[in-house]
Write a protein that binds this ligand. Structure first.
Ligand SMILES: [Zn+2]
Length: 202
């Protein structure tokens, strides 16, 4: 999985374009080691709220879900660890529409408070996702990575005005047509995974 574009939207949300190249798996289905390693690395992710079609907990959803949806939850968790759980809950969503886009392209949108931390969390989550499927996972020192992002947060707070968190104030989806296509066929050419704690996107 590769992050190909990062766009900071105006209301404390960041949109990430990711591409999964054939023959990498698009989902965790049949890749049981991916959720197993994920929950070992981030025990709290299993309890994250998740707005999936079947109302599953993320622990269960992660057994068979799109890899970028896991990526979304990892970004949220990393950002949350950096701020030690303080503040309004972060939300995110994962969309795709392969009837318009090349197969393997996904759009992941997540809330953020600090742009520098968000960028670091996105890059770290990308490394995590790609390591989950290989032995490289042992090379990732997560406490050290989180500490490094906390240092960045401190430094950036000293030098920049920090945008006020406004995770309830959602930016309208740039892809409204996706919302109409959340019914899945077997191949799921289009879909939406969302994690919206209190407010649904209209
Ligand atoms: Zn979710």
């Amino acid at each position: 999985m590769k992050v190909t574009e990062i766009t900071f939207l105006s209301t404390c949300r960041v949109r990430i374009v990711v591409e999964i190249a054939d023959p990498e798996p698009y989902t965790t289905q049949g890749e049981a080691r991916i959720p197993r390693r994920l929950f070992k690395m981030f025990p709290r992710i299993a309890a994250q709220r998740c707005g999936n079609d079947d109302g599953h907990s993320f622990r269960r959803e992660a057994q068979a879900t799109e890899i970028p949806h896991v990526f979304e939850h990892v970004i949220l968790e990393i950002q949350d660890q950096v701020r030690r759980g303080a503040g309004a809950p972060f939300a995110g969503e994962t969309q795709w529409n392969w009837t318009l886009d090349p197969r393997g392209r996904f759009y992941v949108t997540v809330d953020y408070e600090n742009e520098i931390v968000a960028l670091g969390a996105i890059r770290l989550a990308e490394r995590v996702i790609n390591a989950l499927d290989s032995k490289d996972i042992a090379c990732l020192d997560m406490p050290r990575e989180i500490a490094r992002l906390r240092d960045l947060a401190r430094l950036s707070r000293r030098h920049h005005h920090r945008p006020q968190p406004s995770s309830r104030d959602y930016f309208p989806s740039p892809f409204p047509e996706y919302k109409e296509k959340t019914g899945f066929s077997e191949e799921k050419p289009a879909g939406l995974r969302e994690r919206l704690p209190d407010t649904a996107v209209a």
